[in-house]
Design a binder for this molecule. Structure first.
Ligand code: G3P
Ligand code: MG
Length: 249
C-alpha cells in the first residue's frame, strides 16, 4: 500500500493558465510558482509513443487538423504546441511522456499522471505509459498517482504496478461508483468539483479515501469544497488557489 501525501493544490496540465497546457513550459511554470504536484494527460501517437496531450483532435493546441491517433511521433515533433497560447511560447513542443517525466523529476515535483486514451486504446495506452513511467520514475521517491476515466486503463495499471496508487476519475456522479472504486482498489476519488453537490461529496467521504476535485480556478469554490471535505483541487492558476486555501476555508 502506498503512502500518499497529496498537497491541497495540484497544477492542472502543468499551470494551464500561464503557459500552454501539457508542455514542458507549463511544467516548469508550475515548479517556478512553488507548486508541489502537477497533473498531465498521456495518450499515444499512431506508432505507440506516449505523449502529453489532452484532446483527441490536434487543432486546438497545434493548429494542425486531424487526430493524435493518426500521427506518428516524428510528425508530432514537427508541430508547434505553444504559439496558440502566446508569442513567447512559439516553438514549444508536445513532449513525450519520457521528456515530461524527466522535467518533473528534475524539478522535484509530484505527479498525477492521467491516462487519457483515444477510443479503443485504453489498455494499450496504460501499458505503454506505465512501461515508460516505471522505467524512469525513481524507486525511492513518492509514487505517482495514476488516474483515468477509463476503467480498463485503471485495471491495466493495477495489473502492471499494483503498488502505485490509482485515482478513480468521474465526470458525472456514477450510481455504481463505489463498487467500481472498490473493484479497482483505488486510493483517491477524483471528481468534477464544479458539478458535484455537498450531498454527493458526503457520499464519497464515507469511503475514507482522499477526494480530489477538478478544475477549480475560483478561490471561493476551492474554499467551499474544502469546507465540505474535499482534500485537494486541480487548478489552472494553482498559485492563486493555493493562497486561497492556505489562508482560510
Ligand atoms: O485529472 C483531472 C482532470 O484533468 C480531468 O479532466 O479533461 O482536464 O483531463 P481533464
Ligand atoms: Mg487531465
Amino acid at each position: 500500500m502506498s503512502s500518499l501525501l497529496i498537497p491541497k493544490v495540484i497544477g492542472h496540465r502543468g499551470a494551464k493558465a500561464y503557459a500552454p497546457e501539457n508542455t514542458l513550459a507549463s511544467i516548469h511554470t508550475a515548479a517556478d510558482l512553488g507548486i508541489e504536484w502537477v497533473e498531465i494527460d498521456v495518450k499515444l501517437t499512431k506508432d505507440g509513443v506516449p505523449v502529453i496531450f489532452h484532446d483527441e483532435e490536434l487543432e486546438r493546441c497545434t493548429g494542425v487538423s486531424g487526430l493524435m491517433a493518426d500521427k506518428t511521433w516524428a510528425e508530432v515533433q514537427e508541430m508547434d504546441a505553444g504559439s496558440w497560447f502566446g508569442d513567447s511560447f512559439i516553438g514549444e513542443k508536445i513532449p513525450s511522456l519520457e521528456q515530461a517525466l524527466n522535467a518533473i523529476i528534475d524539478r522535484g515535483l509530484g505527479l498525477n499522471l492521467e491516462i487519457k486514451p483515444c477510443p479503443g486504446r485504453e489498455k494499450e495506452t496504460a501499458e505503454a505509459a506505465l512501461d515508460v513511467a516505471t522505467r524512469i520514475w525513481p524507486e525511492d521517491g513518492p509514487q505517482p498517482l495514476i488516474s483515468s476515466f477509463q476503467h480498463v486503463s485503471l485495471e491495466t495499471a493495477m495489473d502492471m504496478i499494483e503498488e502505485w496508487p490509482r485515482g478513480f476519475l468521474m465526470d458525472d456522479h456514477l450510481e455504481n461508483w463505489k463498487e467500481l472504486a472498490e473493484y479497482l482498489q483505488v486510493h483517491t476519488i477524483n471528481i468534477n468539483g464544479n458539478a458535484r453537490t455537498r450531498e454527493e461529496i458526503e457520499e464519497y467521504i464515507e469511503l475514507q479515501k482522499p477526494i480530489l476535485a477538478y478544475t477549480i480556478n475560483d478561490p471561493l469554490r476551492a474554499q467551499e469544497l474544502m469546507r465540505w471535505g474535499v482534500d485537494a483541487v486541480f487548478a489552472d492558476n494553482p498559485d492563486i488557489i493555493r493562497d486561497a486555501v492556505e489562508t482560510k476555508h
